[in-house]
Structure formats: structure tokens, C-alpha cells
Design a protein around this ligand. Structure first.
Ligand code: H2U
Ligand code: ZN
Length: 338
């Protein structure tokens, strides 16, 4: 009989409608590959060389104000620009291109260079949540912005250019690929079943318990049944709401609380400031109501078995299907205990 904890199997991700290969028996294989350096030394509260610290000059020549809580500015090296002229190219149904206007911003979480979400005061992290809500409304309210992607790259391993606590916001006219997959899956689920895909999923996970990592009154943290990254998690709003602007004030505090708890838990897992990319997926800002959307965040950390051994997405995973060794249930158990 198949043993889900030992035998190779594949799991379905209903949000992207893609599969992941799970090979639990492989966790014993030896590793002689690349070993990453441990995260750098402790940082000072203020770094005169940091382009995000208060009062400092940025690369573009602008100077940061002496800010005291959060600070937002337009990215000096924006990937998207608001005044992009319209344009479309199509040849034979195969060569297709179109212009893409957008706005990219950087949000500093705190004036203190050496903080992270894990060690910020809850009241200060709440101000970051408020800033996300403001940015979602401001950017999403513009007629040419159809989606607002809020994300954080944390740690040099994830390509973060700077340890100063910050995130980025890229807002664009079109839906990004990952969001487009989740958009059609949630819309079709709602059409077919009359329910919300992620409300149903959260209910199943809360019932099963094996993949639940943490929870508060507003949010549930799980290692998704279909997780690709070893310690990937998903933060799900417990209430059906499409986007951060619909959070009640106490729910904003609960979001700050669950993010702090989750990042602190990650840091405890291997005793390092845990690297990850995280971001929110929420209702597109194309003017439609989108009742199918359910607000959630994904944490996608690269670390595999220690602070220095990471997972690489290569070979079969790039050309075939993503694959994991440690089961989502085993990862959730380790995170719960951290
Ligand atoms: P990351 O750490 O996730 O790379 O984010 C830093 C962003 O800050 C990056 O997108 C921008 C980079 O373009 N940046 C500025 O806007 N001004 C600067 O002076 C340096 C970096
Ligand atoms: Zn700094």
C-alpha cells in the first residue's frame, strides 16, 4: 500500500493548477554541493553607507528625509514607468508584445537599519500594514494600474540588495503570471461550486491540522499541501476578504502579529535571519469586484536543511515539474516546534 510519508507521489496545487513531485525517501541523500556562507554580522542601527537609512543619499541623487516610521519612495531604478506609450505588436499569433505601464516603489519599514519584521515592535509593524493598505489604494486606484504586487526579498541569498528592512511594490496594468493563474483558478472554482476556493482550503487545513504552523484570530499559517519550497508557508485570512483595504482595524494588528510570529519562527528554525521572498496575492485593481479573491501571503524561503544548504530549482524542476524531498507535513511539524 502507498505510504504518503515514504513513497514518491505528486500533489496538485488548485491555485495554479500545477503539480509538484514529492519524493520523501530522498531526504537521506548526501550533499556535496554548494554551501552558502552564514548571514552577515550584526548590523548597526544606522549605517552611513545605506541608501535606505534616514537622511542618507540614494543612488539616484535624492536624499531620504529624517523619517521616523515608514518611508515610501518611487524606485530610482523602476522596472515599470507610468508614462509608457501604448503599443502592441503581433505577428502570426506567435510574436506578441505590448507596452506595459506601471509604478514601482520601495517601502522602508523602519528608520532602524538593523531591524527585521521578526524583531520590530508590533505597533511599528502595524504601521507597515497601514502603509501597504495606503499604497494598494493609491496605486490600485489609478486607471492604468490593474494589479499591485507587494513583496519583500529578504537576505542576500534571495537577492535583496540591502539588509535595511524594506519591501517593494510593483504595480502594473497587466496581471503578473502567478496572479493570473490564481485569478482564473479562483474564478472558475467560484463559478462551479459557488464557494471560495481558499475559504474551503483553510477549512480543510484547520480540520486536518498536520500542515498548520500557527494561527491567530485573523489568520492561519500553513505549509501548503502542494508547497514547492522546503519551508514554504501560506498566510490565509480567516475571513473571506479580497484585499488588504478590506481589513478591519483589529485585523491589521492581527496581520502584523502573524507576520512577526512567522518570521521569528523562521529565524529560530536554523538560528539565522531566515532568507525568503514573501508577498501578498489579492484582488486585481481593474475596477471589477472580484468576489472570488481571497487575500493571502506566500513565504518562499530557499533554505533546505540548514542555514547554509539551500534548495536549487534546476534540471527536472526547470524543465519538468518542481520537486521536494521533505514532506509538507514534516516541514510544518518542524516549524511548529521551532
Ligand atoms: P531589493 O533589496 O529587494 O533589491 O530592493 C531594493 C530596491 O531599491 C531595488 O529595486 C531600489 C532598487 O532599484 N533602489 C533605489 O530605488 N534607489 C537607490 O538608491 C538604490 C536602490
Ligand atoms: Zn539602512
Amino acid at each position: 500500500m502507498l505510504d504518503w510519508n515514504q513513497d514518491p507521489h505528486r500533489r496538485y496545487n488548485p491555485l495554479t493548477r500545477e503539480w509538484v513531485l514529492v519524493s520523501p525517501h530522498r531526504t537521506q541523500r548526501p550533499w556535496q554541493g554548494q554551501v552558502e556562507g552564514k548571514a552577515g554580522a550584526a548590523q548597526p542601527e544606522y549605517d552611513p553607507e545605506c541608501y535606505l537609512c534616514p537622511g542618507n543619499a540614494r543612488a539616484g541623487g535624492a536624499q531620504n528625509p529624517a523619517y521616523e516610521a515608514t518611508f515610501v519612495f518611487d524606485n530610482d531604478y523602476a522596472a515599470l514607468k507610468p508614462y509608457t506609450p501604448p503599443g502592441r505588436f503581433e505577428r502570426g499569433g506567435l510574436l506578441i508584445a505590448e507596452s506595459e505601464p506601471g509604478i514601482c516603489r520601495v517601502v522602508c519599514f523602519s528608520p532602524k537599519h538593523n531591524l527585521t519584521m521578526a524583531n520590530m515592535a508590533p505597533a511599528d509593524l502595524r504601521k507597515v500594514v497601514d502603509q501597504w493598505v495606503e499604497q494598494y489604494a493609491d496605486l490600485g486606484g489609478r486607471p492604468f494600474i490593474g494589479y499591485v504586487q507587494i513583496f519583500e526579498n529578504r537576505g542576500a541569498m534571495m537577492g535583496a540588495s540591502n539588509p535595511h528592512p524594506h519591501c517593494q511594490i510593483w504595480s502594473s496594468r497587466a496581471l503578473p503570471n502567478e496572479v493570473a493563474k490564481e485569478q482564473s483558478a479562483q474564478a472558475e472554482w467560484r463559478e462551479r461550486n459557488g464557494t471560495c476556493l481558499l475559504c474551503e482550503y483553510a477549512r480543510l487545513e484547520a480540520e486536518a491540522g498536520a500542515r498548520v504552523v500557527d494561527a491567530n484570530e485573523g489568520f492561519l499559517v500553513v505549509v501548503p499541501f502542494w508547497a514547492i519550497w522546503p519551508f514554504e508557508t501560506m498566510v490565509l485570512a480567516r475571513r473571506h476578504l479580497p484585499s488588504v483595504d478590506k481589513l478591519f482595524s483589529p485585523e491589521r494588528d492581527l496581520l502584523a502579529d502573524i507576520l512577526k510570529r512567522t518570521t521569528a519562527r523562521y529565524d529560530r528554525l536554523f538560528g539565522v535571519s531566515f532568507p525568503y521572498s514573501m508577498g501578498f496575492h489579492q484582488r486585481p485593481t481593474d475596477g471589477e469586484e472580484h468576489p472570488e479573491w481571497h487575500l493571502h501571503a506566500h513565504f518562499l524561503p530557499p533554505l533546505l536543511r540548514s542555514a547554509t544548504v539551500r534548495k536549487f530549482m534546476v534540471g527536472y524542476e526547470l524543465l519538468g515539474t518542481p520537486q521536494r524531498d521533505i514532506t509538507p507535513e514534516a516541514a510544518a511539524e518542524r516549524l511548529r516546534k521551532a
